[in-house]
Ligand binder design. Structure first.
Ligand code: NAI
Length: 300
């Protein structure tokens, strides 16, 4: 059965170009009314333009319904106003894709603390602000689909992106908790870690790879993750047509007693502590304590 978004209202942040533009085009093609949000600045978040309006015109040209919004995700009041206008115009909002982002790369040694704060503000707080602005509507209508955008940099690390990586892993943590808090109201929250040739990755990929990693090849995973039958709480990698699942795991560990409960004991047991047999993927934070209990019990 084809996945459609008729009668759904979607907000895509940072949709004036790159991945967000493709998400917006595809959502509209499949029936959604789409708010195309974008400040329209450059890659580092400086300046502004009418990038959002250009995508709205593209959508309208193919018979879709869209409106532009030039608010900054980094400002909670602007996000609240964007959502209020959306609800006023289209009587609800059902889907939010937190996609807006900027880069201010430098090795940590050379990074200006202001650039650390700015990147965290746009990515992490921006995702929290836009989601918070929609949350009450999602709860009241017992329906919401949220897609957060993380990155391999956040999940696994990347030289020169301490600010970005911190924000991107923070986003995955935010998503896991909102997934738990939203479940009662059928609010499903997933995270995508895309890999795509956009202005953000320009110069990082060789030309051949840039084409193979076309942003439209990420859109199918993103759209599935905000569809009616979407899973929730998942972290999904997507690039060049490959779709992956990523997990944060925990080993059973080792119970240390007496003299062994010492830095020397930890060093001595390091191989067993990091042995991945019996590793679990905790569904909630409480499962760490439960696994500790199990390890203690097995140790008796
Ligand atoms: P992009 O630079 O084309 O798209 C980001 C968009 O966000 C831009 O259009 C920009 O104007 C907008 N934006 C920036 N600050 C904003 C603000 N304060 N308010 C509203 N809009 C704002 O880059 P791309 O690659 O499409 O990135 C989309 C998302 O995917 C970002 O969150 C990025 O970090 C993430 N990502 C991309 C990867 C890739 O390989 N392209 C890899 C991992 C993550």
């Amino acid at each position: 059965m084809s996945i459609r978004f008729d009668d759904r209202v979607a907000i895509v942040t940072g949709a004036g170009g790159g991945l967000g533009r493709h998400y917006a085009l595809e959502l509209a093609r499949r029936g959604a009314r789409v708010v195309v949000n974008d400040l329209g600045g450059d890659r580092s978040g400086t300046g502004a333009s009418d990038a959002a309006q250009a995508v709205v015109e593209e959508i309208r040209a193919t018979g879709g319904t869209a409106m532009a919004n030039g608010a900054s995700v980094a400002d909670y009041d602007q996000m609240a106003e964007m959502v209020a206008r959306t609800v006023e115009a289209w009587s609800g909002v059902h889907i939010l894709i937190n996609n807006a982002g900027v880069l201010r790369d430098k090795s940590f040694a050379k990074m200006d603390p202001a650039d650390f704060a700015f990147v965290v503000q746009v990515h992490l707080l921006g995702s929290a602000y836009a989601t918070k602005a929609c949350w009450e509507t999602f709860r009241a209508q017992n329906y919401g689909r949220v897609l957060m955008t993380s990155s391999s940099s956040g999940l696994f690390g990347n030289f020169g992106q301490a600010n970005y990586a911190a924000a991107k892993l923070g986003i995955a943590g935010l998503a896991r908790t909102l997934h738990l808090e939203g479940a009662k109201h059928d609010i499903r929250v997933n995270t995508i870690a895309p890999t795509a040739g956009t202005r953000m990755t320009e110069g990082l990929f060789p030309d051949v790879a840039f084409a193979a990693f076309a942003p439209e090849k990420v859109a199918p995973a993103a759209l599935y993750l905000v569809s009616e039958d979407a899973p929730s709480g998942q972290i999904v990698g997507a690039g060049a047509g490959v779709v992956q699942a990523s997990y944060i795991t925990l080993t059973p560990g080792v119970a240390l007693h007496g003299d062994a409960l010492s830095p020397e004991g930890v060093a001595h047991h390091w191989d067993a502590i990091t042995d991945r047999s019996g590793e679990i993927v905790p569904g909630t934070g409480a499962e760490q304590a439960m696994l500790i209990g199990r390890t203690l019990q097995a140790d008796r």
